[in-house]
Design a protein around this ligand. Structure first.
Ligand code: 13P
Length: 248
């Protein structure tokens, strides 16, 4: 069985004074039956890794190359050196604001794998794409282009994040989430075979909160969540983790 996973994405939020949230989370879930990953901004990775206990720390992006003349970028090698064990790649905010396409995401994921980082690869449709009934085509294309051949259940996690659900309080119906997660599962099995295809964990992301988490975690092929706003405070993230633990 796949081990459940709760991941938090702090985005561009948090300074040293917020590290206490990670300490609290680590203390509250010291013996957790699920995996925990928290992705703070790069400035906090090294300090967070020191206080995170069983919570793995991740980055929010990496460059495809290990080093070089890339002002402002961070490599997978540097993330690993700072104490990260995972990295979010292809988040819609980066695809949009930094014009990252799926081919770039695939190269980044390859770099992450080479450094033994778990790549959390994000896919998701816009509202217009959903309304035009193109959701599965969009997800299928993003998936086949963004996921490298080096993917295994150990080094890769897929996060389905409908763009219209991120930070909006809008959540797809459980049927809509299930349809996309079942589709992603079948595509992974077709490409990688049943062994690898069934071992990759699939997270749902987009307005996951303490009051809707249990419902979402009951959906087939949902192995956990990638949480934005509600991961910033342990008081919000902890009940979401507890809801996931209850399913494990
Ligand atoms: P919210 O949980 O704030 O909607 O963000 C989701 C997200 O983008 C996580 O990567």
């Amino acid at each position: 069985m796949r081990r459940k996973l709760a991941a938090g994405n702090w985005k561009m939020n948090g300074t040293g004074r917020n590290l206490v949230e990670i300490e609290t989370l680590a203390r509250d879930h010291a013996e957790s039956v699920v995996d925990l990953i928290l992705c703070p901004p790069a400035t906090l990775i090294e300090r967070a890794a020191r206080v995170a206990g069983p919570v793995l720390i991740g980055g929010q992006d990496c460059h495809a190359e290990a080093s070089g003349a890339h002002t402002g970028d961070i490599s997978a090698l540097q993330l690993r050196d700072a104490g990260a064990r995972a990295v979010i790649l292809g988040h819609s905010e980066r695809r949009e604001a930094h014009e990252e396409d799926s081919a770039m995401v695939r190269e980044k994921a390859r770099a992450a794998h080479a450094e033994n980082l778990t790549a959390i690869i994000c896919v998701g449709e816009t509202l217009a794409q959903r309304e035009a009934q193109n959701t599965l085509d969009i997800i299928g294309a993003q998936l086949s282009l963004s996921v490298p051949d080096s993917a295994t259940g150990h080094n890769t996690v897929i996060a389905y994040e409908p763009i219209w659900a991120i930070g909006t309080g809008k959540v797809p119906s459980t049927d809509q989430i299930g349809e996309v997660h079942d589709f992603i599962r079948s595509r992974l099995e077709r490409r990688f075979g049943a062994g690898v295809g069934r071992s990759v964990r699939l997270l749902y992301g987009g307005s996951v909160k303490p009051d809707n988490a249990a419902q979402i975690f009951a959906v087939s092929n949902v192995d956990g969540a990638l949480v934005g706003g509600a991961s910033l405070r342990a008081a919000d993230f902890s009940p979401i983790v507890a809801a996931l633990e209850a399913t494990a």
